[in-house]
Ligand binder design. Structure first.
Ligand code: TYM
Length: 349
């Protein structure tokens, strides 16, 4: 009798226990990753692994919205996977996979294209920006790219999407698409929320701090790469643009100093206020050197571990093979539900 009661109690507790939240995010392998990708995204994913069901993808389908050299794309895809692991993402705890290995992403994307409005896609700032920078190749994929991103997120019934500030609008359209679809067919998708990084959410160019730090910048001194050598990192910070003042303090219009304080506090793990206190009375020269050193120390283990992993392709292949199997299983369940809801006949095999 007592045992029965205990069992009943345990069952009720298990039902009431909050289910682990699902986290999904991705990085495009369309070039070398930057400090911005690290501080705004991957660096923040590691801590999420302990309490959540984390799924991270190397989103190669997204990359071809801009022309890629095929051999380079293959190389960069493996490099991004290695960098995920080198940052501390543990394939035993998180699901890591390459997007093109799970065909459900492209399949759901078609369906969701039919539930996304031309007008809402036209308002995406990244589309507007990219149509200017790639004016010779404004393809339909560039336009419908947020729908593919929504499919990535919605296939896994994602609760949280940890991204940098520039991707917030894309997560919001994923929410809108999910709500629209649920409104017609019932609760098919979990409605995801963006999780925007703190001080690292928007790392700016070192050469022009009014622009986002981006791997596609023509000026090599504008960005720091995860694979940069310490001497290159130090040189780039030494040359970083500041402003005409001399105080290491944030302020309106002080884009360069604001950015360097954000980088320092994200890399050294302190608040921007603590960073200002630490450099009170010091000049920009000393400050820039300290920012460089903090970044070197954060990136050193990532670079070294990435190099090791790239020498162990068999291991990487094992990780992405296992990841593709597990991701396909989860994704398939959502896709089948969607196909049924919209009225497709069940596949006979
Ligand atoms: P991508 O590949 O451009 O960038 C990957 C992640 O890095 C962040 N990021 C930055 N954060 C701070 N400062 C910067 N300068 C900076 N530059 C980049 C981005 O915000 C992002 O979090 N569409 C996405 C990839 C994607 C995705 C997804 C993300 C595809 N499907 C599903 C989340 C969920 C992109 O192009 O990110």
């Amino acid at each position: 009798m007592i045992e029965e009661k205990i069992e009943q109690k345990q069952e009720t507790e298990a039902q009431q226990a909050p289910r682990p939240k699902t986290v999904f995010s991705g990085v495009q392998p369309s070039g070398k990753l930057t400090l911005g990708n690290y501080l705004g995204a991957m660096g923040n994913w590691v801590a999420l692994q302990e309490e959540n069901r984390c799924i991270f993808s190397v989103v190669d389908l997204h990359s071809i919205t801009v022309r890629q050299e095929p051999a380079a794309l293959r190389r960069q895809t493996l490099e991004v996977l290695a960098q995920y692991i080198a940052c501390g993402i543990d394939p035993e705890k998180s699901l890591l996979f390459i997007q093109s290995h799970v065909s459900a992403h492209a399949e759901l994307s078609w369906v969701l294209n039919c539930y996304t409005m031309f007008g809402e896609l036209s308002r995406m700032t990244q589309f507007k920006d990219k149509s200017k920078t790639h004016a010779d190749n404004v393809n339909a994929g560039l336009f419908t790219y947020p729908v593919l991103m929504a499919s990535d997120i919605l296939l896994y019934q994602t609760d949280f999407v940890p991204v940098g500030q520039d991707q917030k609008q894309h997560v919001e359209i994923a929410r809108d698409i999910a709500e629209r679809f649920n409104g017609i067919y019932g609760n098919v998708f979990t409605v995801p929320e963006p999780r925007i990084a703190g001080t690292g959410a928007r790392i700016m160019s070192l050469a022009d701090p009014t622009k986002k730090m981006s791997k596609s910048d023509k000026n090599q001194n504008a960005f720091v790469l995860l694979m940069d050598k310490p001497e290159d990192i130090m040189r780039k910070f030494k040359r970083a643009v500041t402003d005409s003042g001399s105080e290491v303090r944030r302020g309106e219009g002080k884009h360069g100093v604001n950015n360097l304080i954000a980088i320092y506090s994200a890399a050294a793990g302190c608040t921007p206020e603590a960073a200002e206190e630490r450099f009170a009375g010091k000049g920009y020269g000393d400050f820039k050197k300290a920012v460089g050193e903090a970044v070197v120390e954060v990136l050193r283990p990532v670079r070294e571990k990435t190099e090791d992993l790239l020498n162990n392709k068999d291991y990487l292949e094992k990780v992405y093979t296992q990841g593709a199997e597990n991701a396909s299983r989860i994704a398939r369940r959502t896709l089948e539900k969607v196909y049924k809801k919209v009225g497709f006949i069940k596949k006979p095999f």
